[in-house]
Structures are given as structure tokens and as C-alpha cells.
Design a protein around this ligand. Structure first.
Ligand SMILES: *Cc1c(COP(=O)(O)O)cnc(C)c1O
Length: 228
């Protein structure tokens, strides 16, 4: 990996634009979520200074240490939670994040709904789908997605805007992206959070509206902290 963080950010944005063009999609339809998990506030500053404002984190506690300070320095930051959420952290998550991408079970949906109401905060949600049906991975099974999204909307009043997936690490991601897109159509949501550093161009060709890119921008993370 070479160049400065700013140069790497620009390279990723350029590849996103090229992938949009290649796949006949409108320029600017895909949002880049810069995944800053494990990196310190000081590492994130150059990306903010370059003008980027949308970030993803996978841990509530870690985010609480970094983002309140950064939000004092920079306006209009949009923060996405992309890691698993425990219901006892729902209040903190709602207070800190603008978008929660990992709604994956009834208990979490209920806890989020209560907090969103109590805090009167507008939070957008994605339902995480376990497209590979991996037992160790979070997410709703593909066949249960429609019912779960309906439940989140009707019973809990959550603003479900899209679906999110993390394909199995050892498989071609294309079929998983295609499945997520098909499910989104069935369910009636139009945002798709899919694609990471290794496969975001493929994801864009298959309809991603947002890609979550970490290491291609920030560099590699310590192995112990990779995860989610
Ligand atoms: C870490 C993480 C990413 C970013 O992964 P990279 O390979 O570093 O781009 C994307 N999505 C989720 C859910 C993650 O946990």
C-alpha cells in the first residue's frame, strides 16, 4: 500500500466513479463509507480534511472515544454502525450513530425502536442479511428477510432503508451481492450496503448504493482487531 491516506481515498473515489460508469449507473449514486475501525482519531483527521464525511465503525465503545471529539472539529459527519450491536448498547448507539446497518434480530429491533423514540432521533436502519447462511455470522436468513423487515417497519416503526451483507470470506462475493439485490426488490427497499476493499467494484456493478471500504483507505489493521 503506497501514498498518503488522502491519495488512497482519492484513488478509491476514482475507482467508484469508474465502476458506476462501467455499469451504466448515474455518477454519484454510490456512497463511500470510510471504515475507520481500529484507527485513532488522529488517523481519521486527514480523511476529514480531504472533505470526506461518511464513516463506518464496528464498535460502540470505541466510537464513543473517537467521534464526539471529531464532531466538534468537523461539521456534517455521518456515522454508520456496521458491527454487531448488543441491546444494552442500543441507547449509546442511537445517541452516536446516524445509520445502524446491523439490525439482525427482534430484540435489537425492539431496543432500537424504544431508544429512537425516547431520544427523538432520526436514525436510518439497514437489515443485515446472512446471505451465506453461515452459523457464526450475524444476520437474518434470506428466507426470513421479508417478514423481518415488515416486522421492523410495522411493529417497531423503524426506518428501514436498505439491506446489508458480508459475504463468506472464502467465496466469490458476486452471487451474494446478487441475492441481496433480489431480496431488496422483494422487500421494497432501495439501498444496498455491500462491498469492501477487496470487492467494492464488483458490488457496484451488482447494484451497491454504498460500499464500506477500510483498509484500502486507512491501511491494514492489526490482526487481533480485524473481525466482524
Ligand atoms: C471492517 C469492515 C469493513 C471494511 O473492510 P476492509 O476490507 O478493510 O475494506 C466493511 N464492512 C464491515 C462490516 C466491516 O466490519
Amino acid at each position: 500500500m503506497s501514498g498518503s491516506v488522502k491519495e488512497r481515498l482519492e484513488a478509491v473515489l476514482k475507482k467508484i466513479a469508474e465502476a458506476e460508469k462501467r455499469s451504466g449507473r448515474k455518477s454519484g449514486v454510490v456512497d463511500l463509507i470510510a471504515v475507520s475501525k481500529t484507527f485513532e482519531a488522529d488517523d481519521i483527521v486527514p480523511v476529514l480534511q480531504a472533505g470526506h464525511r461518511i464513516f463506518g465503525e464496528n464498535r460502540v465503545q470505541e466510537s464513543q472515544k473517537k467521534w464526539p471529539r471529531l464532531r466538534e472539529e468537523f461539521d456534517d459527519i455521518e456515522l454508520h454502525l456496521i458491527g454487531p450491536l448488543q441491546s444494552n448498547k442500543a441507547a449509546d448507539a442511537v445517541a452516536l450513530f446516524d445509520v445502524i446497518e446491523t439490525v439482525d434480530r427482534d430484540k435489537i429491533a425492539r431496543a432500537l425502536a424504544k431508544e429512537i423514540k425516547d431520544q427523538s432521533k432520526a436514525v436510518r436502519c439497514f437489515v443485515q442479511v446472512n446471505t451465506g447462511e453461515e452459523p457464526q455470522k450475524a444476520g437474518i436468513a434470506p428466507r426470513d428477510t421479508h417478514m423481518f423487515v415488515e416486522k421492523c417497519r410495522v411493529d417497531y416503526g423503524l426506518n428501514v432503508v436498505g439491506l446489508m451483507c458480508i459475504p463468506p470470506a472464502d467465496e466469490n462475493p458476486g452471487p451474494h451481492f446478487a441475492l441481496l439485490r433480489k431480496l431488496a426488490k422483494q422487500v421494497g427497499v432501495d439501498q444496498l450496503s455491500m462491498g469492501m476493499s477487496g470487492d467494492y467494484e464488483t458490488a457496484i456493478e451488482l447494484g451497491a448504493t454504498q460500499v464500506r471500504v477500510g483498509s484500502a483507505i486507512f491501511g491494514s489493521r492489526g490482526q487481533a482487531l480485524v473481525g466482524a
